[in-house]
Design a protein around this ligand. Structure first.
Ligand code: NAP
Length: 253
C-alpha cells in the first residue's frame, strides 16, 4: 500500500460539492495538484471559472444550485461523464452557514436550511452511488461542523441540519461497509476563510479562539485539506462512520 507516495492520488477522480470558494476551493486545487480529476459545483459562475483555472486542466466547474433536486441530478450526470464514468471519492462540502435567531425561525427558514445543508449531501450521494461503486477509492466524506457540538448561537437550524448529516454519515457507513465503501465526516472548528474574515471574524473572536484552542494559531483551509485527504486515502481503509474534528483542539472528544 503506497499511502504516502506522492502518486497515491494520481489519476483518481473526485466529485466535490462546493469548490467555488473557501475550503472547497482549497480541496479542488490541492486535489488537482495531486493528479486527481475534480468535478465541482457552485452557483457563482465567475468564482467557479476562477477555481477551474487554478486546477491545471484537471478541474471542471459545473454551475448548479444544490437546493434544486433536478440540478443535482444534472450535476452528477455531467460530473460522471467528465470523470470517465466512475468516481473514486465524493466530498460533500457545500453548505450555507447563515446566522438566524430562533425568533426568526419559521417553516420556510427550516426548509431553506435543510435544502442547503442536509438534503444536497443525501441526494448527491444517492445520485453518485453507482459511480462510486465503479470507482476504486470508495470513500465519501461529508462536511460537518463543531458548531452544534459546542452549542453555538444563533445556529439552531444550521446545527440541526449539520448534526443530521452526522446521523446520515454513520447509518450510511454501516449500510455501505459491506461493499467496502467508507463514509466519514470532517468537522472543522472556525476556519479563517476569506468569507469568514470578511463577514464575521472580529479581533475579539481571534483572541477568544487562541485562548480556547489547545494549539495557539488560527486555522485556515490548509489545515483542513490534509485530514480530508487522509480520510479519502487507502491509509484510512479501516476507518468508517467517524467524525474527525479539525479545530486546533478547542473541543476534544
Ligand atoms: N469556514 C468555517 O469556519 C467552517 C466551520 C465549520 C464547518 N464548515 C463547513 O465547511 C464547508 C465549507 O465551508 P466554507 O466556509 O468554505 O464555505 P463557503 O466559503 O461559504 O463556500 C461554500 C461553498 O459551497 C457552495 N454552495 C453553497 N450553497 C450552495 C448551493 N445551494 N448550490 C451550490 N453550491 C453551493 C458555494 O458555492 P457558490 O457560492 O458558488 O454557490 C461555495 O463553493 C461547509 O460545509 C461548512 O459548513 C466551515
Amino acid at each position: 500500500m503506497e499511502i504516502f507516495s506522492d502518486r497515491a492520488f494520481a489519476g483518481k477522480s473526485l466529485l466535490l460539492t462546493g469548490g467555488s470558494s473557501g475550503i472547497g476551493e482549497e480541496i479542488a486545487v490541492q486535489a488537482a495538484s495531486l493528479g486527481m480529476r475534480v468535478a465541482f459545483c457552485g452557483r457563482n459562475a465567475e468564482a467557479g471559472a476562477r477555481v477551474e483555472a487554478r486546477c491545471q486542466g484537471r478541474g471542471l466547474f459545473i454551475r448548479c444550485d444544490l437546493t434544486v433536486p433536478a440540478e443535482i441530478a444534472r450535476f452528477v450526470d455531467e460530473a460522471g461523464a467528465f470523470l470517465g464514468g466512475a468516481v473514486d471519492y465524493l466530498v460533500n462540502a457545500a453548505a450555507t452557514d447563515s446566522r438566524l435567531d430562533f425568533d426568526g425561525v419559521d417553516e420556510k427558514a427550516f426548509a431553506s436550511f435543510v435544502n442547503s445543508d442536509l438534503r444536497p449531501a443525501v441526494l448527491v450521494t444517492r445520485a453518485a452511488l453507482e459511480l462510486l461503486r465503479r470507482g476504486e477509492g470508495k470513500s465519501i466524506v461529508n462536511f460537518g461542523t463543531t458548531n452544534w457540538m459546542i452549542g453555538l448561537a444563533p445556529f439552531t437550524l444550521y446545527g440541526a441540519a449539520k448534526s443530521g448529516l452526522l446521523g446520515f454519515t454513520r447509518a450510511l457507513a454501516r449500510e455501505l461497509g459491506r461493499e467496502m465503501i467508507r463514509v466519514n465526516m470532517i468537522s472543522p472548528g472556525w476556519i479563517m476563510t476569506e468569507k469568514q474574515l470578511k463577514l464575521y471574524v472580529t479581533e475579539q473572536d481571534k483572541k477568544d479562539l487562541l485562548r480556547d484552542q489547545a494549539l495557539p494559531f488560527l486555522l485556515t483551509a490548509e489545515e483542513v485539506v490534509p485530514p480530508l485527504l487522509f480520510l479519502l486515502s487507502e491509509g484510512a481503509r479501516g476507518i468508517t462512520g467517524q467524525n474527525l474534528i479539525v479545530d486546533g483542539g478547542k473541543r476534544m472528544e
